[in-house]
Design a protein around this ligand. Structure first.
Ligand SMILES: [Zn+2]
Length: 116
């Protein structure tokens, strides 16, 4: 476990708090819970992934390039304002995929969504 305060990996288990594994850092003595360790990415990282995606990169390729799981990237893509995306499609109608070939939601079948 990595300490969220000093990033030391020298943390030992320290019992449970409300059913969640608790840890104590050996370096800074701070106690923390396992739930703090969920991956959290900066806005800059998120923005970079979205730029890659809308630049034509598939989420699996983004995962290989950034080591961020593709479901995380997809989650960010779904957060993007769809009205803004619709505007881009209107500006470049030739990039709209042929939806008759797929029953999947276009934002989810990103491997086919090669260009935006
Ligand atoms: Zn620490």
């Amino acid at each position: 476990m990595m300490c969220p305060t000093c990033n030391s990996t020298q943390a030992c288990k320290n019992g449970y708090r409300k059913g969640v594994q608790a840890y104590r850092c050996k370096r800074c003595r701070r106690q923390f819970l396992e739930s703090y360790q969920k991956p959290r990415y900066s806005d800059a990282t998120k923005q970079r992934c979205l730029e890659l995606y809308f630049g034509g990169m598939g989420v699996k390729a983004i995962e290989r390039a950034t080591h961020i799981h593709h479901t995380t990237v997809l989650h960010w893509i779904r957060q993007v304002d769809l009205n803004a995306l619709g505007l881009e499609l209107l500006l470049e109608p030739k990039l709209v995929p042929n939806r008759s070939q797929s029953t999947e939601h276009p934002y989810l079948s990103s491997e086919r969504w090669l260009r935006f």
